[in-house]
Ligand binder design. Structure first.
Ligand SMILES: Cc1cc2nc3c(=O)[nH]c(=O)nc-3n(C[C@H](O)[C@H](O)[C@H](O)COP(=O)(O)OP(=O)(O)OC[C@H]3O[C@@H](n4cnc5c(N)ncnc54)[C@H](O)[C@@H]3O)c2cc1C
Length: 410
């Protein structure tokens, strides 16, 4: 059987995989992609309950794909990020609230909230406009071996692809990662995130509100008009009980948890529940293989960091490959892939530890931990310099210092 050839084979057409394909396809490399579950075209796609709050640097990276104008009508800016601590409060006056306003750091917004399905479909449509990307339908990778200079990848339809680099962008159950044998460390939080869209009677005023509750965060994230997306985290038994409620009881529970800040609430999509895990890999690379996004790291949704982190993987990998190609080097040499890993590992480790630590603080039942957290939030609220630093470092996601995230060309 004939062996197809490409510079790069990307396994997984999620948002990060598609963004990488477009960036490197437009750069001039020959890209093949496989995904057994590709998206429908944008005109046939509706937002479901899953959205992603993407910070400005992530939007800068995505701007280079050309896909954002296709989904502008579905997104809302995040002008204020509000945290309300409700882990111990029994009365409204006991709630501790901290607001971060983008205009305090001279920005119009921290980022924008995008429906995942819409953004993915827009990227898929955009991908089809890039001549040197070949999407192989109804196929997944089955196996691969390396020759020293190439990876020879066998697909489950029996076809073979000879590629310089295989990129694993195939999500949390990554086949690519499993085939490399790279060690993978998983933590199960025993929680689920319920996601849905809601319509509400009051304006959200472009404020994203994260309630910290004893079961986890309950987050209301703006969508266009009087609509928001919900990420509602609770322990498995409670989340299952909420999911078993009838529509009226579920809507009442949503309204109770949102504390009236968006008025009365009605469901605008069917709720779904997502088991929560965190995971890291011991390495991001193997011979002729690189891992990006959830194939390499999974974060708790607290703080909305996962896809932002993944897009920084995309930018770093695209940049090191472009640099290698420009200087006539092998795009998948040990040196090229090590440069990618070195650029990404600290950001991934630090974000994973920070999100996991914040989560432990939130759900801890210890009075001491609770006092530490309250003092921390009060300090942030009272010390403008501390608040400013958090807004610059924590809310903008500016950890990459690469070309794409600062608006320069690949
Ligand atoms: C409730 C919740 C809320 C979140 N909110 C935010 C947020 O606000 N902001 C943020 O930055 N992050 C957020 N995240 C994280 C974000 O959703 C993920 O980081 C992101 O979707 C991961 O993208 P991915 O492409 O790695 O995985 P996926 O989106 O799972 O994509 C993987 C792709 O690989 C394909 N695939 C699977 N198996 C194979 C195979 N064998 N071969 C080829 N292809 C395959 C799949 O079809 C899919 O297209 C949230 C996560 C959760 C759970």
């Amino acid at each position: 059987m004939e062996t197809m050839k490409s510079d790069i084979l990307i396994s997984g057409a999620g948002i990060p995989g598609l963004a990488l394909a477009i960036l490197l396809g437009r750069f001039g490399l020959n890209i093949s992609m496989v995904d057994p579950f590709p998206p429908l075209p944008l005109k046939k796609t509706k937002p479901d309950g899953r959205t992603s709050a993407l910070m400005s640097e992530s939007l800068q990276i995505l701007e280079h794909t050309g896909a954002l104008p296709r989904c502008e009508d579905y997104t809302a800016p995040l002008e204020t990020m509000r945290i309300i601590d409700r882990t111990r409060a029994t009365r409204k006056k006991n709630l501790l609230e901290v607001n971060f306003h983008a205009d305090e750091i001279n920005k119009p917004y921290f980022g924008k909230n995008y429906p995942n399905a819409i953004l993915r479909a827009a990227l898929f449509d955009e991908m089809k406009t890039v001549r040197n990307i070949r999407f192989i339908k109804k196929a997944a990778i089955a196996d691969y071996h390396t020759t020293g200079t190439h990876a020879i990848v066998t697909l489950d339809n029996g076809k073979t692809i000879k590629t310089k680099l295989l990129v694993g962008a195939d999500g949390r159950s990554s086949k690519t990662r499993a085939l490399t044998g790279i060690e993978y460390i998983v933590k199960d939080y025993g929680q689920k995130a319920i996601t849905c869209l809601i319509n509400h009677s009051k304006s959200h005023k472009n404020i994203s509100t994260e309630f910290h509750t004893p079961g986890g965060p309950f987050t209301i994230v703006p969508m266009p008009g009087n609509q928001s997306s919900i990420v509602w985290v609770d322990f498995n038994d409670k989340a299952d009980a909420f999911m078993a409620m009838n529509k009226a009881a579920f809507e009442q529970a949503l309204e109770d948890r949102s504390g009236g800040i968006v008025g009365s609430v009605s469901l605008a999509s069917t709720p779904s529940a997502w088991p929560l895990k965190s995971a890291t890999t011991k390495s991001l690379i193997s011979d002729n293989v690189a891992l990006i996004a959830e194939s390499a790291h999974i974060l708790h949704p607290l703080g909305a960091q996962g896809l932002n982190l993944s897009l920084r993987d995309v930018a770093a990998l695209a940049e090191v490959i472009a640099d290698a190609a420009r200087s006539g080097m092998d795009i998948a040499s040990k040196q090229t892939l090590t440069t990618y890993e070195n650029r990404r590992k600290n950001d991934i480790i630090l974000r994973s530890i920070a999100v996991d630590g914040l989560h432990s603080l939130m759900i801890s039942q210890s009075s001491l931990t609770h006092r530490i957290k309250q003092s921390g939030l009060q300090a942030i609220d009272r010390l403008p310099s501390l608040k400013n630093m958090i807004m610059h470092k924590g809310l903008t996601g500016a950890q990459d210092n690469g070309r794409l995230s600062s608006g320069q060309a690949l």
